[in-house]
Design a protein around this ligand. Structure first.
Ligand code: SAM
Ligand code: SF4
Length: 329
């Protein structure tokens, strides 16, 4: 290994979240309520397969062992299976994950698995088809459920589900979600709504803290699992009567950033040190040839020294991020 990516707070980075497209076919109220609209008039040019190979190769050389392919909706890329294979082929990468809205899973998850996908997160904001439509703008609840079944069929031992907690929308569904995971090896992760640059009233109207869920779980015999050093920021609870687990992602809690072990590269090749609040460091000019790898590593390591200790979300900072589809949530 050349060097290990590390910031000035001695946080080491094993985990890269790589966005491969900004485009999405859903219109989630908290992300792209009006659907995807390209910036400006030019057709966006997202990282090519060769560029993806070079950037993940450099990260792998410097200690990254896990890559999450995200977006926008990553499975909209026609070469999505090739992207999975390319990332999985990098020496040192042991986990290749994706986060998807699930609409293509039923058809393609077997081929993704064969290409080297090891972990999958599917976003499901409601178990009620009507509410699912209200939140995502798409009538695809059944298709997504079929996709989750197909993932188990393809050999995934666990599927993670992301559910954004939304007051007065899905916040009454906890019993339903618990029932769902009783007999399924699902880790259901409730994510507190995060305020982004383009969000106005929605945050005020629908943000709800995960604390009441945590209290409910603890009062009902759920046990907080110990974390290992490589785990992300989720607090994960298990229960002897349930096959599934519940995760809570509460970015507004104190010390959320202490366990930060991730860096982000956007679909247009910019390194982002945090989901919130930076312009991004352009890497694209160093992704043209294999011979540029040393310069690429030096730029990433240099940029890391600017990573700040916290996102300061709790102080109302929403940073530069208009919505999470633009940077790979
Ligand atoms: N399109 C894919 C999907 O929805 O799973 C991947 C990209 S999406 C931006 C990644 C995750 O970010 C999803 O689980 C989504 O629910 C979550 N997300 C998006 N905007 C959010 C926000 N403002 N607050 C909290 N989570 C958000
Ligand atoms: Fe698309 Fe994912 Fe954003 Fe929903 S959360 S609009 S599926 S990118």
């Amino acid at each position: 290994m050349a060097i290990q990516f590390e910031d000035s707070f001695q946080r080491k980075f094993y985990y890269l979240r790589l966005s491969v497209t900004d485009v999405c076919n859903f219109k989630c109220t908290y992300c792209l309520p009006d659907g995807y609209r390209p910036e400006g008039h030019k057709k966006p040019s997202f990282l090519t397969l060769d560029e993806i190979e070079r950037v993940t190769g450099a990260f792998a050389q410097c200690g990254t062992s896990k890559v999450r392919i995200t977006g926008g909706e990553p499975s909209l890329r026609r070469d999505f299976t090739d992207i999975i294979r390319t990332v999985a082929d990098q020496p040192g990468i042991t986990k290749v994950a994706t986060t998807t809205n699930g609409y293509r899973m039923a058809k393609h998850v077997h081929e993704w698995r064969e290409a080297g996908l090891t972990n999958i997160n599917v976003s499901v904001d409601s178990l009620d088809p009507k509410m699912f439509y209200q939140i995502t703008g798409e009538n695809m609840f059944n298709q997504v459920m079929e996709g989750i079944d197909a993932a188990f069929d393809a050999g995934f031992e666990q599927v993670k589900i992301n559910t954004v907690l939304l007051k007065d929308l899905n916040s009454q569904e906890l019993p339903k979600f618990l029932d769902w995971i009783k007999t399924r090896p699902i880790q259901l992760r409730f994510i507190e709504l995060m305020q982004t640059g383009e969000m106005d009233n929605l945050f005020k109207k629908h943000h709800v803290s995960g604390v009441s869920i945590r209290n409910h779980l603890i009062a009902n015999g759920w046990i907080l699992k110990l974390k290992s050093s490589n785990d992300g920021p989720a607090q994960v609870f298990c229960h002897p009567d349930y096959m599934g687990e519940i995760g809570l992602i509460m970015p507004y809690e104190k010390d959320f950033c202490q366990s930060c072990n991730r860096l982000r590269v956007s679909a247009n090749g910019k390194l982002h040190l945090c989901l919130f609040g930076d312009h991004g460091i352009d890497l694209r000019d160093l992704l043209e040839q294999d011979e540029q790898r040393d310069a690429l590593i030096a730029r990433i390591q240099g940029g890391l020294q600017q990573k700040s200790v916290s996102h300061f979300l709790q102080d109302g900072n929403t940073g530069m991020t208009p919505h999470l589809a633009s940077i790979g949530g």
